[in-house]
Design a protein around this ligand. Sequence first.
Ligand code: ADP
Ligand code: MG
Length: 169
Amino acid sequence: MYEIITRHENETKALGKLLAEKLDKGDVITLDGDLGAGKTTFTKGLAEGLGVKRTVNSPTFTIIKEYEGESFPFYHMDVYRLENSDEDIGFDEYFNSDGVTVVEWATFIEEFLPDQLLKINISKEDESSRLFEISPMTSRLEKACEEIMNDYVSNRYFQPADDNRNSKI
Ligand code: ADP
Ligand code: MG
């Protein structure tokens, strides 16, 4: 698992954008964390990195929104409304597609998720700091995380951390 702390919403967007550069068609990224953790903020950065031109907003009421990225489609799910439901709204079609899918509140549809995921849990450390716990489930995604950590440490995108919390554990 990789740990990264962002200290501003722009850093969270930058992290999403950075990840987007490493993604491939068919990748599924799950996001868990409380309301206001930064799932949608992260997704906006990721979508920007994929070349999505339209504004990305939370699809809480529609569950799924589809966007056109530069190289492949981008699917943004917010499955919050499916808590306590075992309804399959055709998830496989998205997970087995040639687009990239981000799922907010993924834990609510655990039984429908594929094995090969990039799992991200976001927690609020304080008003402006967020802890990202990132678990890659394939070797390619693991390599992507290594590269992101290197970018982080070389401080190309983020403000220097005043502690040693950013780490692979
Ligand atoms: P979620 O989708 O998890 O409910 P949002 O991304 O919609 O969360 O909201 C996150 C909120 O937290 C926004 O109001 C954003 O401005 C604020 N925020 C403060 N610091 C950060 C940070 N480091 N990363 C992301 N969001 C942050
Ligand atoms: Mg959200």
